[in-house]
Ligand binder design. Structure first.
Ligand SMILES: [Cu+2]
Length: 248
């Protein structure tokens, strides 16, 4: 008897196997957008369109438009870590194999708008609005100059210094992409928003695990440590393994 046939014959055991995915969710491998295969690209776009059609994306866009003190301060990275996770989980409702790609604009090869998203300009319906995604990316040289501070950020030995440089790069890249991305009340409607934020989240993870970062956490206390409107707290965001993803 093979293991497979044994599992099939034992319905009680089969139930356990089915539950394993729930008990031990597979780790999502977030990849550099530049190395995605054609299939991986189209599956990301497909999953994005599915959660746009079912209204989940619109709800996330509206949450981002609300005031949660999630920008220009030490909450930027932990708040958006949760935000990305909720987006990725929503994608998994349709495509369990799709993970948020990251746009590594620190690499000269990627200092331009990701071509495969050029023609992906969705219309997103939020509970309150309709957003037609537009953009107007700047020049490669402009992007290179915006991100030139990244190595300095990575060399910082305290979270505040690291985070404030990253915050500046974050906003400047939003404006460099232009259009929808340059307005925080609508920016997550652009599929590239998630690739941009995944890269910020990745840089934070790299820094955190580096000698300089030395596993320092954001200095957040009290209500600042609550990632509202969710119940996640800053300590919940410290390890990406608790959110079932990794960067490759
Ligand atoms: Cu944001």
């Amino acid at each position: 008897m093979t293991f497979a046939s044994m599992v099939k014959e034992n319905s009680k055991f089969l139930q356990v196997v089915k539950d394993l995915r729930w008990l031990f969710p597979p780790v999502c491998q977030r990849k550099d957008q530049a190395v995605l295969t054609e299939t991986e690209r189209s599956r990301y776009v497909c999953a994005f369109n599915m959660i746009n059609n079912d209204g989940t994306l619109g709800q996330l866009v509206d949450v981002h438009a609300e005031m949660h003190m999630q920008h220009t301060n030490a909450r930027l990275l932990p708040w958006h870590r949760v935000f990305l996770y909720l987006f990725e989980e929503a994608l998994h409702n349709y495509h369990p194999d799709v993970c948020v790609p990251y746009w590594d604009w620190t690499r000269p090869e990627e200092q331009h708008f990701p071509d495969w998203l050029n023609s992906v300009l969705p219309t997103v319906h939020t509970p309150t609005r309709t957003i037609n995604v537009i953009r107007a990316p700047g020049s490669g040289g402009g992007l290179a100059s915006i991100v030139s501070g990244a190595p300095t950020a990575m060399s910082k030995t305290n979270y505040g210094d690291f985070s404030s440089i990253v915050n500046g790069i974050h906003g400047s890249v939003h404006i460099w992409v232009g259009g929808t991305m340059s307005d925080a009340s609508v920016s997550p409607a652009d599929p590239v928003f998630w690739l941009h934020h995944a890269n910020l989240d990745r840089l934070w993870w790299v820094w955190y695990n580096s000698a300089q970062g030395n596993h320092q956490n954001p200095p957040l206390t009290g209500s600042d440590a609550l990632m509202d409107p969710w119940t996640y707290t800053e300590p919940d965001t410290r390890s990406i393994s608790s959110f079932h993803y990794t960067y490759v």
